[in-house]
Ligand binder design. Structure first.
Ligand code: ZN
Ligand code: ZN
Length: 124
């Protein structure tokens, strides 16, 4: 299987927000997620190979901060459940990224009233 030159490299239309996304971007050679809503698509078995038969949309579920301080987006495939981390692209929308990073804080999975009056000492 060596089908290398397929004309699919001109970007894609986002499955989530329907915007046209260019393949050209700063910071990555394989633009694979939408800079506006950050949704991706399950196209690759290995990054950039475009060989996955799944083709389902991949939901951004979180932000990973790597040891060198670089941010990556964690995507989960809505079709098969595969988890994948992707480097940010230079033109990803900061607000979309912040919303993703803050999502667990907006909906904590544990009760925050453990941190009630008297717990901290300094207040806010
Ligand atoms: Zn989008
Ligand atoms: Zn999938």
């Amino acid at each position: 299987m060596s089908r290398k030159s397929r004309p699919e490299r001109d970007g894609f239309t986002c499955m989530r927000c329907r915007r046209e996304v260019s393949d050209q971007s700063f910071g990555t050679r394989h633009r694979n997620h939408c800079p506006y809503c950050l949704w991706s698509r399950h196209l690759d078995d290995e990054p950039g190979d475009r060989r996955s038969p799944c083709r389902s949309p991949m939901e951004p579920i979180g932000i990973e901060v790597r040891a060198d301080g670089e941010w990556a987006i964690i995507h989960r495939c809505a079709g098969c459940g595969t988890l994948r981390t992707n480097r940010l692209a230079g033109d990803d929308h900061e607000l979309a990224l912040l919303g993703l990073a803050l999502r667990p804080l907006a909906r904590p999975a544990f009760p925050l009233d453990l941190l009630g009056p008297g717990a901290g000492g300094g207040g806010w």
